[in-house]
Ligand binder design. Sequence first.
Ligand code: ADP
Ligand code: ADP
Ligand code: ZN
Length: 210
Amino acid sequence: MNLILLGAPGAGKGTQAELLTEKLGIPAISTGNMLREAIHNGTEIGLEAKRYMDQGSLVPDDVILGIVRERVSQPDCRNGFILDGVPRTIPQAQALEDMGIRIDHVVSIEISDSVIEARMTGRRVCGHCGASYHIVANPPKKDNTCDLCGGTLEIRKDDAPETVRHRLEVYHRETEALKSFYEKLGKLRLVEGNQPIEDANRAILRAMGV
Ligand code: ADP
Ligand code: ADP
Ligand code: ZN
């Protein structure tokens, strides 16, 4: 089962990818988390990605495709995977097709721009494993500490309101067109994102026929 989660920044892709990983037993591949890890480790890819990410712009397609190609070839992806935050442009989607990566379902988590700002100001992410929390909607069990790995929670620099606005523009300009790309392939399913996390998760599983 190979799944793509589409949606604006803050739609809940990362949160849902984590739940689906638990329920379906397949790994989540988050390009955003992988890039943040590369920045943290000071790798060449991290250095290149940082200037785009800090501004809320997209990292070039060739960088993204390189890391995705390598990741999906790992043994743990044999029985399927969840792509979170990739593809984000038509060329990325086309390249996945050209690589022969079979996609079963594309779920677009639908949410209006007006809901997103409140989500982003309350988002906290684990600096160690990348898990996503919200100070009100999905708080960790222990203050500022990741439930999954005990890592310290952080505020993402690109969650500042002006950067979020730019990321939303980029989403509408570059990424939203992927909905019609996958609709034409008969793979697109829409799920309401503005509902409690567990309800959205059940709706996603239903949309996938699970
Ligand atoms: P969000 O989940 O809030 O949309 P992500 O963690 O997916 O944010 O992405 C954070 C940043 O990482 C993006 O603003 C972009 O700079 C970069 N990025 C992540 N995935 C991609 C991708 N597939 N293509 C281009 N840039 C990406
Ligand atoms: P994305 O990966 O699409 O950028 P996240 O999964 O990181 O989005 O979610 C963005 C923020 O909104 C996080 O703080 C998360 O805890 C919170 N969130 C996710 N889903 C919901 C929901 N259904 N209702 C309320 N808050 C949510
Ligand atoms: Zn963690």
